[in-house]
Design a protein around this ligand. Structure first.
Ligand code: M6R
Length: 610
């Protein structure tokens, strides 16, 4: 996730901007840039790597002076991390400068249109098209604000933008749609940032810009309007936060913040990748190997932990949607297997961090065997991302909590897209259509589940002192059961096991007793009747049952002691909904047992040792 900082006031902008970028480092980044503006002109610098590199690069430049500035840490989405792709981006005349967080979905159309009109592009980013579009409207004789508004009306996607007009370094513009942006209100100075943590050392008063709003900020005035130029009400919020609290926003822990980012994360994973009109998926990262992908006959998914469970969901998806024989291996086991590989075998490594030692070693083994290697990786430029032949980035932003939550949602979203992309079946149209349509509704459905957080906390309080927990599910929700158990173990230290519900009679049923609860994942689908029978068996042995079931399910309340209802969706997408209450349940169990859920004992976020 990119980070934005802006400043206008009486002070030198540069140190404020650099400090702001440092405070946003937790968002993750691969390159950074800054531009300051004064009557004497523009100073601009972009560097690859840490903010420190940028700081050093501008440190000796005595002319890097100006009271207006914009700065950015970039988390690459379109185009590799490089100086050319780092922000700020500008137009041909170097009048319009801007930094952006989000994705401009129609940037290709805009780029083609603007190129035909003579604009020369210097980067591979989606963002640069916005600067050129503003310039194009300016060339028609429009004033800066109108040119900006006309641009915002033409772009599709998500944006938080900080924009400077080099001709008029007395005003800073800001606009937002679906990406966060706040204005820090000071005395004779104002600030702009992706979140308050960037400038909390300078002010505690903030305006949270709303979607569709445009702000014109001078050193002593802030005007906010909608895109029809009508003023909108301004509410200033006073924050009494320290830096860490500011990074977490209103959330007490990163884990909860990241669970609540779920809807946005799913949107970021599919945004710009679904071509609804043509009922197909576009995955730019796989285009370079599209010929080889057509020849894949067998897919081996390699991953660890939560990413492995996402891989298990992927197995069902690839087999059902792409009709592709798929198997999933713990990366740590695959390394030591000596199985033969037929021609047409490809490997898919899944990793949030992109640095997990076991996954990397397994990937390298596959490369040695000459297999095509693909990746689903969240961290841009990480080792696994670099070492795979091709891949798809999650765009989920950094995950700080050790327990993986939002990464799981984005991995599954991408696996759905990848399964459609790999699909060779002739009758894919109706299934693809329903999958794509329903995928776009998933974020709203997750939002509905998140509203139940207080009720889920009550259930966590009720069950938090149980020494053991069983999680059961079938088909697509078998991996969800495994993931739910892992989450509970990891953050609450309650012993938990995940099982395929059909396996109960083959062993686990022996454990059931009044103090051994079962979390049953039983949304209404083709296998729910089977799970009801499994639940009857548990109930007969007086085992407490907590169920995740579909809204409107009449039968479940007669079987389960407690039920968390979730909206209906189609079976291949169910894990995107069923996992959310499990994440919340684990979170509240851990917190109410008094543990640091963000940093569980004995665990590290990135497991770079075998
Ligand atoms: O970064 P990766 O996705 O490769 O990490 C894999 C596992 O270490 C990770 O998912 C781990 O299991 C999480 N802590 C689970 O919450």
């Amino acid at each position: 996730m990119c980070g934005i900082v802006g400043y206008i006031g009486e002070k030198e902008a540069l140190p404020i901007l650099i400090n702001g970028l440092k405070a946003l480092e937790y968002r993750g980044y691969d390159s950074a840039g800054v531009a300051v503006f004064s009557k004497n002109g523009i100073r601009e610098k972009k560097t690859v790597g840490q903010v420190e590199v940028l700081e050093k690069a501008v440190g000796d430049d005595v002319d890097f002076k100006g009271n207006l500035g914009i700065a950015h840490t970039r988390w690459a989405t379109h185009g590799a991390p490089s100086e050319a792709n780092a922000h700020p981006h500008s137009d041909c005349s170097r009048r319009v400068f801007l930094v952006h967080n989000g994705i401009i979905e129609n940037y290709k159309e805009l780029k083609n249109y603007l190129s035909e009109r003579g604009h020369i592009f210097k980067s591979e980013t989606d963002t640069e098209s916005v600067a050129h579009l503003i310039e194009d409207f300016l060339e028609e004789g429009k004033d800066f604000k109108t040119a900006l508004i006309d641009t915002l009306k033409m772009i599709r996607g998500a944006y938080a933008l900080a924009i400077a007009d080099a001709k008029n370094p007395e005003i800073l513009y800001a606009a937002k749609l679906s990406s966060p942006l706040v204005i820090g209100v000071g005395k004779d100075e104002n600030f702009l940032a992706s979140d308050p943590s960037a400038v909390i050392g300078n002010t505690r008063d903030f305006i949270y810009l709303k979607d569709g709003e445009l702000a014109e900020i001078t050193r002593d005035k802030i005007n906010i309007s909608n895109l029809e130029k009508q003023p909108t009400p301004i509410e200033i919020v006073r924050l009494e936060w320290n830096l860490e609290q500011a990074q977490k926003g209103d959330f007490p822990h990163f884990m909860l913040k990241e669970i609540f980012e779920g809807p946005e994360i799913v949107r970021f994973a599919f945004r710009g990748r679904i071509i609804s009109k043509e009922n197909r998926v576009m995955l730019g990262g796989l285009e370079q190997v599209s010929d080889k992908i057509k020849k894949i006959k067998r897919l081996i998914i390699l991953a660890c932990g939560t990413s492995y469970y996402a891989g298990l969901v992927g197995e069902y998806l690839f087999e059902e949607i792409a009709k592709l024989p798929t198997e999933v291996h713990f990366a740590s086991e695959f390394r030591y297997r000596e199985e033969p590989f037929d021609e047409g075998t490809a490997v898919l490594a899944i990793s949030q961090s992109g640095e997990t030692a076991d996954t990397l070693a397994a990937l390298r083994k596959a490369k040695e065997k000459g297999l095509l290697t693909l990746g689903i990786v969240n961290t841009v430029g990480s080792t696994i991302a670099r070492e795979t032949n091709a891949g798809v980035y999650n765009h989920a932003g950094p995950e700080i909590g050790v327990a993986s939550t939002k990464a799981f949602l984005s991995q599954i979203t991408i696996l759905v897209l990848m399964a459609i992309y790999l699909s060779k079946s002739n009758d894919k149209d109706s299934l693809t259509e329903s999958l794509l349509k329903e995928l776009e509704k998933i974020p709203e459905k997750i939002e509905k589940i998140l509203l139940q957080a207080p009720a889920i906390e009550k259930l966590a309080l009720k069950y938090k002192d149980c020494g053991n927990f069983l999680f059961i599910g079938r088909r697509y929700n078998y991996p969800t059961a495994l993931e739910g158990a892992l989450k509970l173990k990891e953050v609450s230290y309650i012993h938990a096991e995940g099982y395929g519900a059909g396996e109960m009679k083959h062993g686990p049923l022996a454990m059931i007793s009044p103090d051994f609860p079962t979390m049953a994942i039983v949304p209404q689908n083709g296998v729910s009747e089977k799970i009801y029978s499994n639940l009857e068996e548990i109930k007969a042995r007086k085992g407490p049952i907590l169920a995740i079931a579909t809204e409107g399910d009449k039968k479940i309340s007669s079987l389960a002691n407690d039920v968390i209802y979730i909206p209906k969706t189609i079976e291949p997408l169910e894990p995107l909904l069923t996992v959310v209450p499990l994440q919340l349940f684990a979170y509240y169990a851990g917190v109410n047992r008094g543990f640091n859920v963000d940093k569980p004992r004995n665990l590290a976020k990135s497991v770079t040792v075998e």
